[in-house]
Design a protein around this ligand. Sequence first.
Ligand code: CTP
Length: 394
Amino acid sequence: MKVVVGITGGIAAYKSPLLVRLLVKALHEVKCVATGHALEFVTPLTLETVSGNKLYSDLFASNNDHTTEHISLKDWGDAMVVAPATANIIGKMASGIGDDALSTLLLSFSRKPLFLAPAMNTQMWECPSVQRNIEYLRSIGVHIINPVAGQLACGTSGTGRMAEPEEIADTIESFFLNQNIKINARVLVTAGPTYERIDSVRFIGNYSSGKMGFALAEALADCGAEVELVTGPTALKVSNPRIHRTDVESAREMYAAATTLFPSCQAAILSAAVADYRPDHTADHKLKKNGSEGMTLQLVQNPDILATLGTMKQDGQKLIGFALETDNELANAQSKLQRKNLDYIVLNSLRDKGAGFGVDTNRVTIISRNGDTFTTPLLSKRQVADDIVRHCLL
Ligand code: CTP
């Protein structure tokens, strides 16, 4: 595939050559377009050497046939990614402004796959006008590769750091792979943790970040599926307009949403880390210390969403669950699959460093009803999601 990499003037531009290198390594042809400010951070020589192609940055440069040089890239490229994307280029794109080679090219690229990897200071990222622009670009189909939390160049830490080049390259790679796969179905996905209230300020929760479920929703939507994403509390955002999101807090709210949506879906993938128990009573005020050394919370069992969908399942519907096991992993997962009437169960590995809660990578074993197993290597959660979708839904 032919990929145009746009680079704007943020410190994360020092990582752009690595992204170009990864795309070239994955056998894509790459041409770079940089703004004048980007070239304060990274040199034309670096970008030309890693891409193996000439750099475009001059709005008025012309081709030999007297056509405008940078505009010719709109026909050349199969996809385009801007990494890093500053608040400035995001604002220009959302407002239809073209005042340099990159912004002008972007205006003409709107009918092809376009990816943005924003990078900026946290306050800038959270600025309402930047968020409005991002939401607008999402709504017209631009793929936003969300910035992550971490140490920022300005010395503070927070959300705003550009996603790592590996994640950006994976997202583009997955998109190309999924282009040839069409899932014409409505799929329910549950994601994230649940919070079970103790009183007005406290809850029982878990460390699930929701990343696996959100990656599944994105993978499905990229294949054309309509996705009903029911998620517990998480800061994650979705970027595909085919994902319809329902936010819930507790297991019982997730149960109500999932059981309502399931009958209109052809498949369901339940990746949420649902609390098995909740306090039997929620105080409507903040509980005070009562003077004694200890405290006992009485818990009652939550409904099992996956098992309930297993009893509701009709012919033609597929049900996929997750399992997190510490002992007798395969046998326990297999018995869970039978007990809950599933078609597949995805066994999460707790033994691998880099797999599980909070991290960006995972390694899973997919077990089918007839006992066949398929184990992925340690991959990004997005790549694991692609594997699950291909294995279980095609
Ligand atoms: N699950 C669910 N509703 C619950 C509990 C779990 O839908 N109340 C789903 C999870 O989303 C996951 C699967 O069940 O897909 C497995 O969850 P897990 O905690 O591993 O298993 P449990 O069924 O809770 O069994 P156990 O705690 O005995 O291992």
